[in-house]
Design a protein around this ligand. Structure first.
Ligand SMILES: [Fe+2]
Ligand SMILES: [Fe+2]
Length: 129
């Protein structure tokens, strides 16, 4: 299971709540794999990831714009890459393990790296408390 702990917490409530949804989706993947339903759940998981991406990325974009975050373009590029990757996976007969490993990479590189960076900026400029 992917346990949510303080290392993932940004301190911005809406962001944390949305990141927690991604954890929950990753746990659903694990539950389906354990129940031998990995193949059956792929389409639903990918659809849920598209929905997640649409509102979560819009929320982060709004926060970055409000704070005049200077690296917003690079950040948005990473979001677009995520959405593109999910759409791409939808067109293929992709294994749930590939989806799972993509999300683990995303968690480590984007949430713990890229997101943490903009949140630090926002907190330092005190636009969001
Ligand atoms: Fe995020
Ligand atoms: Fe982000």
């Amino acid at each position: 299971m992917f346990e949510w702990d303080n290392s993932y917490k940004t301190g911005i409530q809406s962001i944390d709540a949305e990141h927690l949804m991604l954890f929950s989706l990753m746990n659903q993947i694990k539950i389906n794999i354990n129940a031998d339903r990995g193949k059956e759940c792929v389409a639903d998981i990918l659809d849920a990831l598209s929905v997640y991406a649409s509102f979560h990325f819009a929320n982060e974009k709004k926060l970055m714009e409000t704070a005049n975050f200077p690296e917003i373009d690079d950040h948005i590029t990473e979001h677009m890459n995520f959405s593109r990757a999910v759409n791409n996976m939808k067109t293929k007969d992709i294994s749930i393990y590939k989806v799972q490993s993509y999300l683990i990479d995303w968690l480590i590189c984007h949430i713990l790296g890229t997101d943490a960076k903009f949140v630090r900026f926002i907190q330092n400029t005190k636009v969001v408390q």
